[in-house]
Design a protein around this ligand. Structure first.
Ligand code: FAD
Length: 468
């Protein structure tokens, strides 16, 4: 049997626990959540920053490409190896011990491999949380690399907004330690931004300093049925003006998206007499206790006033049952998959353009692909829409590959060119959308990435995407 020199060197330096070679052990690291399936030469699982540096040096000496991997919940195929069998997956799952809260500073130092759920469980004991909130359980390093957004971005911002410092191992094993804990520090270039949202191509995030938030003591949630997109935007302006201090989420679910939820989730009940074009989930939260602020009553009163002024444009206002309403929101994606083939888009456009953009997509589908259903939903509060196109396979069969190949670029062109939006609002860049990165990224930005990449990863061996 031939011995793989990289695997031997990694085993000698890091030991058997750190290196997985058997196909059954590698399997879970080789398949992405939604896209991406390949073969890893081996999986290396360092348990410290020094071990990450050692692993990268060894891979560098053997000219081997490395894919950093967090919890593998990414949705653009960026965390899994290609089919060549030549790439090493570097998983951070064993680098997960440090969670050090500074209460007075309201910051936490955390290892890159710590899961979001693990961090929040530890923080909750002291009444804090890391408020970048989503339906998956990623690692902190993966969240930095993808600049995760989530459902409460409107109030708390994304990872970049809450990141104070990082420690990163560069492509050739050098360690850049910038574990800044200061909120004010205007002393030139802030290197953490190089590693935020750049999908691991400039370095492996081994530790981070995050700003944390006090846990809310209460939440109030409502569903507002609106007849069209402009009414949703009016509602957004109204709640921002009147309830902005306590507004923590503003999520929109279209009629088609909700219809799929109620078809496939027998535990969830359709709460409207008739499904509206859009059901808007409005959430308020506060660190004040209910005795100090009757949050649900505030929400009810304000939405009642909106209902009166909006007239027929608002179908119904339902206050309470927050868990049930969030459950509808969190079950959309899997319910749509149960309907048939889904082509998913993670788009953002300027907030004010969401209705016009969505209408244009609808018109395009009606004219050219009338059997495809638009099942949109998403974070309208920050201009994000998960614009999913669904083929009900039982009724119309699977879409031909040419249909998808023709449709996808049309939607992206509409979003990125006509509406000056983004083809990847929060999921980042990966092999799944590399060609749209190539098409829509300013050539000067690509040149800048080439220069930065030359410094951070001189041999260009990190990651699965090309930013230059
Ligand atoms: C059900 C579901 C809901 C989701 N909802 C949202 C949402 O609301 N908002 C949102 O923004 N995203 C969402 N996502 C996408 C995903 O969860 C995020 O992109 C997440 O931050 C990825 O983290 P991860 O640890 O799983 O990284 P992975 O998937 O393992 O990796 C993602 C990228 O980061 C790189 N990487 C991972 N760890 C490191 C590291 N330590 N150092 C350097 N590079 C690294 C990888 O190479 C890859 O390029 C959702 C995903 C699912 C499955």
């Amino acid at each position: 049997m031939t011995v793989d020199p990289v695997v031997s060197a990694l085993l000698a330096a890091l030991g058997e626990r750190a290196v997985l070679t058997a196909p059954e052990d590698r399997a879970r690291f080789e398949t992405g959540w939604r896209y991406g399936k390949g073969i890893a030469r081996c999986v290396v699982r360092p348990a410290s920053t020094d071990e990450v540096a050692t692993a990268l040096r060894i891979c560098g000496e053997h000219g081997v490409r490395v894919v950093p991997q967090g919890a593998n919940t990414g949705l653009v195929a960026a965390s899994t190896p290609d089919a060549s069998g030549a790439m090493v997956v570097l998983s951070l799952e064993r680098l997960n011990r440090t969670i050090a809260l500074d209460r007075a500073g309201r910051t936490v130092l955390v290892d890159g491999g710590v899961l979001l759920s693990q961090l929040n469980e530890a923080l909750a004991k002291d009444g804090y949380w890391f408020p970048v909130d989503l339906g998956a359980d990623p690692q902190i390093g993966g969240m930095v690399a993808t600049n995760t957004g989530g459902t409460r971005l409107l109030k708390y911002g994304d990872v970049r907004h809450n990141l104070l410092g990082v420690e990163v191992v560069l492509g050739d094993g050098r360690v850049l330690t910038q574990l800044n804990t200061l909120r004010k520090n205007n002393t030139g270039l802030d290197p953490k931004h190089l590693f935020t949202g750049t999908t691991g191509v400039f370095g492996v995030v081994t530790r981070a300093v995050l700003q944390v938030a006090p846990l809310p003591k209460q939440r109030a949630v409502a569903l507002v049925g609106c007849v069209d997109g402009p009414t949703v935007l009016k509602l957004l302006s109204a709640v921002e003006h009147e309830l902005g201090d306590v507004l923590s989420a503003f999520e929109v679910m279209s009629k088609n998206a909700l219809r799929a939820v109620f078809a496939h989730q027998p535990n969830l009940r359709q709460p409207f007499a008739e499904l509206p074009r859009y059901a808007t989930l409005v959430e308020l939260s506060s660190t004040l206790p209910a005795e100090a602020l009757a949050l649900e009553a505030v929400l009810e009163a304000r939405l009642g006033a909106f209902l009166e002024t909006a007239g027929d444009a608002v179908v119904d206002v339902l206050v309470g049952k927050g868990e049930e309403f969030w459950s509808m929101r969190h079950h959309i994606s899997e319910s749509l998959r149960s309907e048939g083939k889904m082509l998913a888009f993670d788009i953002s456009v300027p907030r004010s353009e969401l209705p016009a953009f969505t209408n244009e997509v609808e018109a395009l589908l009606a004219a050219e692909w009338p059997l495809v259903q638009l099942c949109d939903y998403g974070h309208w509060g920050d201009g994000g829409t998960h614009l999913n196109l669904v083929w009900n396979e039982a009724a119309i069969g699977k879409p031909a590959a040419e249909v998808i190949a023709a449709l996808q670029p049309r939607i992206y062109e509409l979003a990125c060119v006509r509406y000056q939006g983004s083809y990847s609002a929060e999921h980042g860049v990966g092999p799944h959308n590399q060609r749209y990165y190539d098409r829509y990224t300013d050539p000067l930005v690509k040149q800048l990435c080439a220069v930065l990449g030359g410094f951070c990863d001189p041999a260009g061996r990190l990651g699965t995407v090309r930013l230059s």
